[in-house]
Write a protein that binds this ligand. Structure first.
Ligand SMILES: Nc1ncnc2c1ncn2[C@@H]1O[C@H](COP(=O)(O)OP(=O)(O)OP(=O)(O)O)[C@@H](O)[C@H]1O
Length: 134
């Protein structure tokens, strides 16, 4: 999905000079993810619900580690997918290209792998926690 090219009104193309400036651009990246990527918002919502469930079910430290790893892996995979989509669109625009399709499909496959891992972790963590709760 093409993103707007005017996200950065400053139009900076050179290196960042300060940590605060780098951090600002990283936060802009997260805002763009949230604003333009529907799947990122969905994964963020599911991850947040899993955290609420984890608090209610009083997960152990070990369970929290696995759960947060799974949540962040999905969000990072979605970030990489968005990068690939943006770069492919930048290079080929609306033109069909087999390599563009491969790049986008592989990036989407990476998100699917991370999501499957999250489902496995969710089941392995939540089921024992649920059985402790009842
Ligand atoms: N330039 C292109 N050339 C060939 N195939 C393309 C091209 N652009 C997109 N596609 C195909 O269309 C699919 C959807 O591409 P699109 O850029 O719309 O992703 P998207 O729907 O935003 O993905 P996501 O669901 O991850 O947000 C890609 O996975 C790919 O198979």
């Amino acid at each position: 999905m093409p993103m707007a090219s005017s996200d950065k009104p400053t139009r900076q193309t050179g290196k960042n000079r300060a940590f605060r400036q780098s951090l600002g651009h990283a936060v802009d990246g997260l805002k763009a993810l949230y604003r333009y990527e529907r799947n990122f918002r969905k994964h963020l919502l599911v991850g947040s619900l899993a955290i609420v469930a984890g608090v209610i079910l009083r997960l152990t430290l070990n369970e929290w580690l696995w759960l947060t790893l799974a949540i962040f892996l999905v969000l990072i995979a979605e970030t990489l997918n968005t990068i690939v989509e943006a770069v492919v669109d930048l290079v080929v625009g609306q033109t069909y290209h087999d390599l563009a399709k491969r790049a986008k499909d592989v990036a989407a496959g990476g998100v699917l792998l991370a999501a499957l891992f999250a489902v496995v972790v969710g089941c392995l963590v939540m089921l024992p926690a649920l059985s402790r709760w009842f």
